[in-house]
Design a protein around this ligand. Sequence first.
Ligand code: FES
Length: 207
Amino acid sequence: MVETTERPAPAEASGALSLGRRDWSTWPKYEAAVYGFRDYWYPVTWSKHVGRKPIQVTLCGEKIMLIRERGKVYALHDRCPHRGVPLSHPMGSQEFPGTWTCCYHGWTFDLETGRLVAAITDGPESPICGKVAVRTYPVERYVLPREERTVATAYGPVRVKLVTLPDGARRAAPEYEDCRRVARERGVPVAEVYAAAQRAALDHPAG
Ligand code: FES
């Protein structure tokens, strides 16, 4: 989307601005980025938070519904074009594969294109089908670099998952079942084994 703002004539031409100007109150206010820049990529949530029940996120001032079907995540403008009800309303439902149905009057939208494919309360011959759509947004999943390895602790070996964050920091998540087994064998708290495995993984990142 391109937005334009009317600008006053250049200062030199109008004579309104001089080098010694102190009063900027008539200068146009820059508001384009108040809600963020459009058509940029933004991280909106963790992938694991998106499932078959829709969730709502707000991006650039817009409410967006996220939903996952067969492993793929879809993003639709979270407002039914019929009467403005949020599509992510908890009473919404999936009546047909690849679609989502508004809870109010059953308008049903294709998840991929946002096109209205059925108006359930009107019946299968509804003339509105194909003439209305909700906006859709591209979605990408960014996977952090990760590795899995076994680290040696004072209590015994434990498998650990390591991820590298965009800023280069690393996080270690020891396997809980390993920690529990080792803790039982050694008679120590699980938390102690867990912390030892984390330290071992982060202190020796090269494995
Ligand atoms: S408000 Fe969504 S179908 Fe009527």
